[in-house]
Design a protein around this ligand. Structure first.
Ligand code: 0X9
Ligand code: CA
Ligand code: CA
Ligand code: CA
Ligand code: ZN
Length: 319
C-alpha cells in the first residue's frame, strides 16, 4: 500500500469503499455505475450523480475521469473530491443543487486501478505509468496513447513496448481504454451522444489543456473555428479559477491516441485534460496537499458542468 506518511491517499479498495459510501449515504442522487473490468479483473470504479438517479433522463451528461496514468495519485483524490462535492452540495448549495438536478454526472475515479495498485504494492513508489497487461516483450500500455483516433499518426507516441508512451499494438488494445470507450459509446442514445463535457485528470504541471493534441493547428477538419474558440474560452475561464495555465494540448507536446482528441473528434464532447499540482516535476506530492489541490478545482469543475447544456454559449452562440 501507500507509504505510511501518505496514508491519506486512497488505494483501490478505499476508492471503491468511498464510492459505495457516497452511493449509500446519498441514494436518491448517487448510484454506482458499471464501466467494465481492468486487465486484471478489477471493476473500474464509477458513480453517477443526478436527481432521479435511477432514471436515464434527458439531461446533459458530464464525465470526469482520473488515473489513466498509474502514478498520478492526486487524480483519484480529485475524482472523490468531486463526487463528495456534488453529493454534499445537493440540497445545501443552490448552485450545486441546480447542477445535480439538471445534469447527469458520471465520475470514473480510476481508469487504471491495476496500475495504481502496482505502483504502491511494495510500499515504495515504482514510478509506474502504464496499465498492467502483457505486451510483446514488456508489460503495459500507455492508455493515453491508445485511443482510436489518429492512433500513432504523428510522432506523439512510441511503437516500442516498454517505452513510456507505448501506444499498444492496436487502438483500444488496452483493456481499460476499451472499457471507457465502450462506456462513452453506450451513451449514444437515439443517435446522439449524451455526454457533452469531460475532464480527464492528470498530474503534473498545473495546466488546462484542450484538443487537438496530434497537431499544432488550432483548427482543421475535426475542429471548427467556433469549436476551437469555445474550447479556448471555457479553458481560460476554468484556468482563471484554479490559476493553472490554459493552452492547446499540442503546445505542451504532440500526442496521438490521447483521450481528448478521441472524445472531441469522434463524439463532439468538450473534453479537457487538467494537469494538477505541482507545477514542476513530482509525481508524489505528500498527502498533506490533497485537500488544497483538489478544492482548488472546485470552481472549474462546477463551471464546465454548468456549460454542458450548451458549451457554445461561451462564445455567444447556440450549437
Ligand atoms: O502525456 C500525457 O498523456 C499527459 N501528460 S502526463 O504527464 N500526465 O503524462 C498530457 C496529455 C495532453 N495532451 C498533449 N500534450 N497533447
Ligand atoms: Ca503525510
Ligand atoms: Ca436527473
Ligand atoms: Ca441521460
Ligand atoms: Zn498523465
Amino acid at each position: 500500500g501507500y507509504p505510511p506518511e501518505d496514508a491519506l491517499y486512497h488505494d483501490y479498495a478505499e476508492i471503491v469503499a468511498e464510492l459505495d459510501k457516497i452511493a449509500r449515504e446519498h441514494s436518491g442522487i448517487a448510484k454506482r455505475v458499471t464501466v467494465g473490468k481492468t486487465y486484471q479483473g478489477r471493476d473500474i470504479p464509477a458513480i453517477k450523480i443526478s436527481d432521479n438517479v435511477a432514471a436515464d433522463e434527458d439531461e446533459p451528461e458530464v464525465l470526469f475521469t482520473a488515473n489513466q496514468h498509474a502514478r498520478e495519485h492526486l487524480t483519484p483524490e480529485m475524482a472523490l473530491y468531486a463526487a463528495n462535492l456534488f453529493t454534499d452540495g445537493h440540497g445545501t448549495d443552490s448552485k450545486i443543487t441546480e447542477l445535480v438536478d439538471g445534469r447527469e454526472i458520471v465520475i470514473i475515479a480510476s481508469v487504471n486501478p491495476d496500475g495504481l495498485e502496482y505502483d504502491i504494492a511494495t510500499g515504495q513508489y515504482r514510478m509506474w505509468r502504464h496499465n498492467r497487461q502483457p505486451v510483446t516483450g514488456a508489460t503495459g500500455i500507455d492508455l493515453n496513447r491508445n485511443w482510436a483516433y489518429k492512433w500513432g499518426c504523428c510522432g506523439g507516441s512510441s511503437g516500442t513496448p516498454g517505452a513510456e508512451t507505448y501506444r499498444g499494438p492496436s487502438p483500444e488494445a488496452g483493456v481499460e481504454t476499451k472499457a471507457v470507450a465502450n462506456y462513452v459509446r453506450s451513451r449514444v442514445v437515439g443517435g446522439k451522444q449524451q455526454i457533452k463535457a469531460h475532464i480527464d485528470f492528470h498530474t503534473y504541471s498545473e495546466l488546462v489543456l484542450w484538443p487537438m493534441g496530434h497537431t499544432y493547428d488550432d483548427t482543421g477538419p475535426d475542429m471548427s473555428a467556433d469549436a476551437n474558440r469555445t474550447f479556448a474560452t471555457i479553458g481560460r475561464e476554468m484556468a482563471a479559477t484554479n490559476r493553472y495555465t490554459p493552452q492547446q494540448s499540442s503546445d505542451l507536446y504532440i500526442t496521438d491516441g490521447s483521450v481528448n482528441d478521441w472524445m472531441w473528434a469522434e463524439h463532439d464532447i468538450f473534453s479537457y485534460t487538467f494537469e494538477m499540482y505541482p507545477r514542476n516535476a513530482d509525481f508524489y506530492p505528500p498527502d498533506e496537499v490533497i485537500v488544497r489541490e483538489t478544492t482548488r478545482n472546485r470552481a472549474a469543475v462546477l463551471a464546465l458542468t454548468g456549460y454542458a447544456d450548451c458549451p457554445y454559449r461561451a462564445i455567444g452562440k447556440q450549437d
